[in-house]
Design a protein around this ligand. Sequence first.
Ligand SMILES: NC(=O)c1ccc[n+]([C@@H]2O[C@H](COP(=O)([O-])OP(=O)(O)OC[C@H]3O[C@@H](n4cnc5c(N)ncnc54)[C@H](OP(=O)(O)O)[C@@H]3O)[C@@H](O)[C@H]2O)c1
Length: 275
Amino acid sequence: MARAVLVTGAGSGIGLATAHLLAQRGYRVYGGVRREEDGVRLRGLGVEPLLLDVTREEDLLRAREALAEEGLYALVANAGVAVAGPLELVPLPAFREALEVNVLGAFASVKAFLPLLRRSQGRVVLMGSVSGLVALPLMGPYAASKFALEALADALRVELLPFGVRVVLVEPGSVATPIWERSLRRAEGYLEPPPPGTEGVYGRYLETARRLAQRSAQRGLPPERVAQAVREALETPHPKARYLVAHPARARETLLLRLLPPGLRDRLVARFLGA
Ligand SMILES: NC(=O)c1ccc[n+]([C@@H]2O[C@H](COP(=O)([O-])OP(=O)(O)OC[C@H]3O[C@@H](n4cnc5c(N)ncnc54)[C@H](OP(=O)(O)O)[C@@H]3O)[C@@H](O)[C@H]2O)c1
């Protein structure tokens, strides 16, 4: 019987590309979606939809029950939101949502499906980001959530070794998905007005954020590249702890920024911000 895989956040972008690729590879793929209409699209691609909001425990328990008999080989914890903006203007509920979905949602998903993954000695793939390696300005809440996911992956990878469950973190750079447009639209709704006297600085920042988001949406890697990394993480006998999936220049830049002394790093980053 085909191995079963669950991909959360499979309605668009990287999750959709991953679910589709894995279905083409012969897995029995379950795709988590929050709207019935996204499920219809998935069915057309050979993916079985499951209504699943990763912040809702009852959804996770229902999904586990649905899969209990068949079993589960892999969980791809992909669901995520990009909460961005200059930190002073980000309200707490928006920041909380980034952590709620990207960190606790991933954690809750792992917790819910671990009994099945232990049985299959299966795999967990967490969808990290280069933002979990280097926190750039204007991406504070998102980067904080992805840094947290790095910690979660490191702890979980070793804790689950005795059970034969492998944990892999995929770290994409910019990928052309709806996340960027969504992030801008959401930010317009939640960002607080700049305090008096700061409008000039924050106005420039917001312009930069818009430009960068548009560039990522247009020039980002195709989501199928990330899907291929997930496939590799599921199929290779000895998966790596991390798969960085980025344009080679962006990957080099990320690794360099991590090595530079903070003063130099900040000057370089500030220049790109126009600060
Ligand atoms: N695009 C990039 O450049 C990039 C780079 C690095 C990492 N990533 C990561 O890749 C993952 C997928 O992002 P994407 O770029 O493919 O963006 P996307 O197209 O916006 O996909 C995000 C998916 O997550 C789902 N989602 C959001 N909140 C959820 C919740 N509470 N419960 C269940 N599903 C939820 C969304 O469903 P709805 O449609 O219902 O909102 C959507 O299907 C995210 O974890 C993201 O951080 C993306």
